[in-house]
Write a protein that binds this ligand. Sequence first.
Ligand SMILES: [Zn+2]
Length: 179
Amino acid sequence: MSDHGALGPIPPKPNKDELERLAQVAAYYDSPFLNDIMQLIDDQENEAIFASYIQRWPSLVALPSSGAVGTKLNHPAGWNKIIEELFGSIASKLADLGHPSSSLPIIIETREMFGRLSVFHSLPAHEILIQNWIKAACIQSTRTCWECGVEGRMVDLDGVIAPRCEKCFETERKSIEIS
Ligand SMILES: [Zn+2]
């Protein structure tokens, strides 16, 4: 047996089509790897979205560099539209203000907490307009299905409170009942 195991050298990183094909194979054989493969597909999509954010808003979003932390985008995909509108507004406002570009990312982290968007940032507290945009985006997230991005409401998913549209709520409620 080679150093790389029974299948020989480690193959190149699979692309999205290959991962989707693997997911079909795993589903066919009812394999427990299906969840892992679905997670890899999600991760790849997130990587692509992150790369596009860095390109579109270099003044807000940054990769980690030597000694400096990078932006962590950990919000659910259904909120991407809210995030994109918010980042677009903040970036153009900062450009108007002649904000100097910094080596630290202005957006430190986006994530979900208790069903609501949280944005951690280093924006000055006296920029009331920007602060209000961030608050508004976080409020809007509580009415936006975090799975698919359409209008929704806060629902109870087996003890987890989260915003869902009616369709995603029904789908998840059924899968909770089965499990
Ligand atoms: Zn939905």
